[in-house]
Design a protein around this ligand. Structure first.
Ligand code: KIV
Length: 271
């Protein structure tokens, strides 16, 4: 029986039950009220107010520039559009690395001001103190390992991570630590499918993959990539389900030509 169709609200516990039942978890990013309403109505399980907002909503090259105020603003809109999905919000770069008190304050602001359900942090042992402190305040934490985009300047490239044995071993240790600390789930980004599938078997919490193959407990993608709004990004792991760039452009061009030709508004479209 499908767990997710039965429940009115997805919680972290529902996700864990879905893993136990072998039912896959669907997750997409969302950054605003209107899109969140559509995604929730469609039945998505989890929405991530990702720091990818820096790219797709603000036009930055990396995820690093987004601020805590900006992410809270996006998350507040998303929350108001949602009845059922679990809303996870990224802690932006600079708001949890190095100082666990800042991490806790940032997570509390996200939960209080946006009324989010959980936060997501990138990294393993290096940020353990921040994870522990946030969890101790009763805030659910989702981990994120593999290609962690906030570390792009350390990696130097967006290629697949953990292909070599040493990095793969470290990733498994980090994943076990996240589970033991009490994280409710984790994202694994752009790592070999075999490794991701092994982690999904080794830990009891849900593993949500992006570019990590089908042997994990769920999938996440960036909404603008899935809908084809962002047409310049075509990694191998991406499947596009619409071509909204061209559809929106065509609709706007039709509107422009109707206005210019004085065909809009017509008699029925005025008072
Ligand atoms: O910010 C984001 O969109 C993410 C996903 C890629 C997992 O972290």
């Amino acid at each position: 029986m499908s767990v997710h169709k039965e429940v009115k609200k997805i919680t972290t516990h529902v996700l864990q039950e879905m893993k136990r039942n072998g039912e896959k978890i669907s997750m997409l990013t969302a950054y605003d009220y209107s899109m969140a309403r559509i995604l929730d109505d469609a039945g998505i399980d989890v929405m991530l107010v990702g720091d990818s907002a820096a790219n797709v909503m603000h036009g930055h090259e990396t995820t690093l520039p987004i601020t805590l105020d900006q992410i809270i603003d996006h998350a507040s809109g998303v929350i108001r559009g949602v009845e059922r999905a679990l809303i996870v919000v990224d802690l932006p770069f600079g708001f949890y690395q190095g100082n666990s008190r800042v991490a806790l304050d940032s997570a509390i602001r996200i939960m209080k001001e946006a009324e989010a359900h959980a936060v997501k942090l990138e990294g393993g042992f290096q940020i353990k103190e921040s994870i522990d402190r946030i969890l101790s305040a009763g805030i659910p934490v989702m981990g994120h390992l593999g290609l962690t985009p906030q570390s792009i300047y350390k990696f130097g490239t967006y290629v697949v991570r953990a292909k070599e044995e040493e990095e793969a071993k470290q990733l498994i240790e980090d994943a076990l630590m996240l589970e033991k600390s009490g994280c409710f789930a984790m994202v694994l980004e752009k790592i070999p499918a075999k490794l991701a599938s092994q982690v999904a078997q080794d830990v009891s919490i849900p593993i949500i993959g992006i570019g990590a193959g089908g042997g994990v407990d769920g999938q996440v993608l960036v909404l603008h990539d899935v809908l084809g709004i962002n047409k310049d990004f075509s990694p191998r792991f991406l499947r596009r389900y619409a071509n909204l760039y061209e559809e929106i452009k065509g609709a706007v061009q039709n509107y422009i030509s109707d206005v210019k030709a004085q065909e809009f508004p017509n008699e029925k479209e005025q008072y």
